[in-house]
Design a protein around this ligand. Structure first.
Ligand SMILES: [Zn+2]
Length: 320
């Protein structure tokens, strides 16, 4: 294993175009055989190509295996209902970017839960999504336009935008720098780009060395695994400058579960829960829940500040 980890391969880095990489591992989630490489020059971690095409997202294949519920495929309605209650965490993180006059584009909007949560809070909401099932759900149930073509080639009549968000999207795109440059074309000169994406310096990998998590972490649809440093480099090449921080949204109890069981909790809701007593009724039960909620908040703030939160957050602008 040690020898394998040091194996050097010829491969072109998608961030710095360096041409040598170290093999990090050769298996993904579900034991899929695929090399994970780390660029020798800049440290960027990525899947060896060739990989899945945009058609993978347009059809039903992606959600068959990847969604908020690990036990079964979720319908667009289930995805919408599972994620909607947690959108306030993103609102908090975006702070003053959300104003009543804001015109916002969400790229990779999935079932539209984030844009729906902004109803009445911003002026104009527009989505872009490749999954035909999820686009159909938004068009049938929600009240904002959604476009189903790659943002790279899209003309959006509502643009340009004050804010563009891409939440857990950058890790899926084939060429991150070109994608980011293309986002910039839809942004007003002084507009803001807001990104959330997985952080490879996740506390479960870096500090706790949770082997079960590592096996789960690297997955076929995630082509890029950014750190603060490699994300900053990619954004800079794409013409953006701003602040990068990390946030921890999964709870302390989720981490204890990973450390002790070395496997995921069965759904997204459980991973976001910081309660010892479900449906607490008595004052003792409520006091126990209040304790874990306080402790969880303190823990997640600490992990985020240490730069080890599960997600990287970027807020910035195009360089003038
Ligand atoms: Zn590189």
């Amino acid at each position: 294993m040690c020898l394998m980890r040091k194996k050097m391969l010829a491969a072109t880095c998608y961030v710095c175009h360096g041409n040598r990489a170290i093999l990090v591992r050769d298996r993904l989630r579900f034991n899929i055989k695929r090399n994970v490489l780390r660029c020798v020059n800049c440290g960027f971690v990525y899947l060896e190509r060739p990989h899945i095409s945009k058609k993978f997202y347009a059809g039903k294949e992606y959600r068959k295996h990847h969604g908020p519920n690990l036990a079964k495929k979720s319908s667009p309605k289930e995805i919408f209902e599972m994620y909607l209650p947690y959108q306030h965490l993103i609102h908090e993180s975006m702070g003053t970017l959300l104003k009543s006059g804001t015109k916002i584009l969400d790229v990779g909007c999935s079932t539209g839960h984030f844009l729906h949560s902004l109803k009445g809070r911003v002026n104009t909401r527009v989505g872009v999504e490749l999954s035909s099932e999820e686009v159909a759900f938004v068009r049938k149930n929600l009240d904002f336009p959604v476009y189903d073509k790659p943002v790279e080639t899209l003309h959006i009549p509502e643009g340009p935008f004050d804010v563009i968000t891409a939440l857990q999207v950058l890790e899926h795109v084939e060429d991150p720098i070109t994608f980011l440059r293309n986002l910039g074309k839809h942004l007003k000169p002084n507009g803001h780009l807001y990104l959330e994406l997985p952080n490879i310096d996740d506390v479960l990998l870096v500090a706790y060395g949770a082997k079960g998590y590592e096996t789960f972490y690297y997955r076929e649809p995630h082509l890029s695994y950014f750190s603060k440093a490699t994300l900053r480099r990619a954004l800079s090449k794409a013409g953006f400058a701003g602040e990068i921080r990390t946030v921890q949204r999964y709870t302390l109890m989720n981490h204890i579960h990973w450390i002790t069981a070395q496997k995921p909790q069965s759904n997204f809701d459980l991973g976001m829960t910081a309660q010892l007593v479900p449906h607490a009724k008595t004052s003792a039960e409520k006091a126990l829940n209040a304790f874990i909620e306080r402790t969880d908040r303190e823990y997640r703030d600490l992990v985020g500040k240490l730069g080890l939160g599960e997600s990287l957050v970027f807020v910035g602008k195009k360089r003038s």
